[in-house]
Design a binder for this molecule. Structure first.
Ligand SMILES: [Mg+2]
Length: 480
């Protein structure tokens, strides 16, 4: 019997596995990593290559169909990208002047269907993980080490890549910017080429980072790390940008690794990205200057591939004792957060009960005084019942109660709820499912014919209804 050769992909996988195993030094001598935080673009996959292939297909098609110069189109595209803050703007065709002139009132997505199809095909075929990424992430995960991804890229295409590349669930948590805006009259769900494809991640916990804060600011990474009870010297951050990723890791004080294999800055096609990117000229210049002047020196360097992290670090879940200690601390914080929530909630209801008591007193006194008095002259109001003074003063009381409740204790209550949700996430990521505060928050909104009422709307409704008897009484007395 003739035995055939294994398929090439299997051969490559076997050789890679062998390579990883043979090159792996003794684990005891390596720094321990209990939390892996990774950049995505050009660290796990070659974003630049896929972007260039898909963008070039779009640009070539538009130049051919529109009959305008490449340079002119690049200028128009750059203006839109800068306006929208991304170089992967899904609705580009709706905002290019040359396309608008060409299409008139026709839909550019219909007119340029073929061009868009080529762009999407190129993106689909050229988006690939670097060699060994999947196997490496699985090895890290099987060691019980959480994997977190932090990218500045916007939401939709990041989720698309994670889903397409089979990383949903392998990455435990993704932190990304929210999606870019769409033009007012565009429905993203209808216009996406594959509207049936649900891009929400099923197993990876996806969270949006605050807008306006970008790498190398340490703020977001510090915020991410606060969700995990892992000492900084057991956290590894890896990324392809020295100025952004390595500098940020060093600023926060975690172990930093440079994904040198993913550096795309010297490739000729990088100039294409510069010509149409959302980066400002200032960004580009500062990057050029920084590259020669203040480039941080990475502590660890991966030259060949992502899989080298298995050779340079010992991935190990936190010891049971430190995990237990961390969980106990978080549980303690959680209990305290719930106590604080109860405290502020209780205070708020006492204030509201006091207001209802004060309202009853004001109304009762007003009606008693109204029956026993004759009108007196009140300046420009003319002759009015003197009892008008009582509900008028009640208005100040009403405003004071509302101020203390809404501007004071309700805000403190919201703060304690946010902290409760954060601690629940920490416990959930650590394997303990708890979602009391989240479940309360999810069930709190009330659907009405006027829209969804959240807690602040309910608070306003309470004081509006609670103030109504006062307004009616004042209006009645003014009419006498
Ligand atoms: Mg990157």
């Amino acid at each position: 019997m003739i035995v055939g050769c294994p398929p090439p992909a299997l051969c490559a996988l076997m050789s890679l596995t062998l390579h990883i195993l043979l090159c792996m030094p003794l684990q005891g001598s390596l720094p321990t990593v209990s939390l892996l935080v990774s950049d995505l673009d050009n660290t796990l996959w070659d974003w630049f290559h896929a972007w260039y292939a898909s963008f070039d297909a779009l640009l070539e098609g538009l130049v051919r169909e529109l009959g305008v110069g490449r340079e002119q189109l690049e200028g128009e595209i750059r203006t839109v990208h800068q306006l929208r803050g991304t170089s992967e703007y899904s609705w580009l065709l709706y905002e290019l002047p040359s396309v608008a002139d060409f299409c008139g009132d026709k839909d550019p997505f219909v007119i340029f269907r073929e061009v868009l199809h080529k762009q999407n095909s190129a993106r689909l075929h050229e988006t690939r993980l670097y060699e060994g990424v999947l196997e490496t992430l699985r090895a890290v995960k099987s060691a019980g080490v959480p994997i977190v991804a932090y990218t500045e890229a916007q939401s939709y295409w990041t989720k698309w890549r994670i889903t397409k590349l089979g990383l949903d669930g392998i990455i435990d948590a993704l932190y990304s910017s929210s999606d870019h805006d769409a033009p007012k009259d565009i429905s993203p769900a209808e216009k996406r080429f594959d509207p049936a494809a649900d891009m929400s991640l099923k197993r990876t916990d996806h969270r949006h980072v605050h807008g306006g804060i970008i790498k190398p600011s340490p703020v977001i990474l510090q915020d991410i790390l606060s969700q995990f009870d892992v000492p900084l010297d057991q956290v590894l951050y890896i990324g392809d940008s020295l100025m952004k990723d390595v500098a940020m890791g060093q600023a926060v004080g975690v172990m930093d690794a440079h994904a040198e294999y993913g550096v795309a800055i010297e490739k000729p096609a990088y100039d294409q990205l510069r010509r149409v990117s959302h980066w400002t000229q200032k960004d580009i210049e500062s990057e050029r200057l920084a590259a020669v002047e203040t480039t941080p020196k990475p502590t660890y360097v991966m030259t060949k591939g992502f899989y080298e992290i298995l050779q340079q670090f010992n991935f190990r879940a936190q010891s049971g004792r430190s995990q237990r200690r961390g969980k106990e601390t978080t549980f303690g914080g959680m209990e305290k957060a719930i106590d604080v929530q109860q405290h502020f909630n209780d205070l708020s209801w006492r204030i509201r009960a006091l207001w209802l008591t004060a309202l009853t007193f004001v109304l009762g006194t007003t009606f008693l005084a109204y029956g026993d008095s004759k009108p007196v002259t009140m300046g420009f109001l003319g002759d009015k019942p003197p009892s008008l003074v009582i509900p008028a003063l009640g208005l100040f009381l009403w405003a004071a109660f509302r101020f203390v409740d809404a501007a004071w204790y309700h805000r403190l209550l919201v703060g304690s709820v946010i902290e409760g949700i954060r601690l629940e996430k920490v416990l959930t990521l650590g394997g303990t499912e708890i979602s009391l505060t989240k479940a309360i928050g999810d069930n709190s909104p009330l659907s009405t014919v006027l829209g969804v009422m959240h807690s602040k709307h309910k608070l306003n409704a309470f004081y509006l209804l609670g103030g109504l008897p006062l307004f009616v009484t004042i209006a009645f007395l003014l009419s006498r």
